[in-house]
Design a protein around this ligand. Structure first.
Ligand SMILES: [Zn+2]
Length: 80
């Protein structure tokens, strides 16, 4: 259960995004911050223990970097 809303949406406009891991404000519509972040959304299926649930979270770049540093295999990276 979330203790706070990590996303605040007003009139269908995303106004604020907070990092789920560190809690830092990573996007604010009013300041039009240019900080990038990652969103992961997963609709769990029948063969999971979370069937019919959709999980979603956002991470700031620093928390993303610290998370992938724990991976045995690096994420796939494609240069654009
Ligand atoms: Zn963070």
């Amino acid at each position: 259960m979330e203790k706070f809303e990590k996303k605040i949406i007003k009139d269908n406009v995303l106004t604020e995004v907070y990092c789920n891991k560190c809690g830092k404000l990573i996007y604010n519509e009013e300041t039009n911050s240019k900080v990038d972040y990652i969103n992961i959304t997963k609709e769990w299926g029948y063969f999971s223990n979370k069937d019919m649930q959709v999980h979603s979270f956002d991470l700031c770049e620093k928390c993303y970097d610290s998370l992938i540093a724990t991976f045995k295999h690096e994420p796939t990276k494609i240069k654009k």
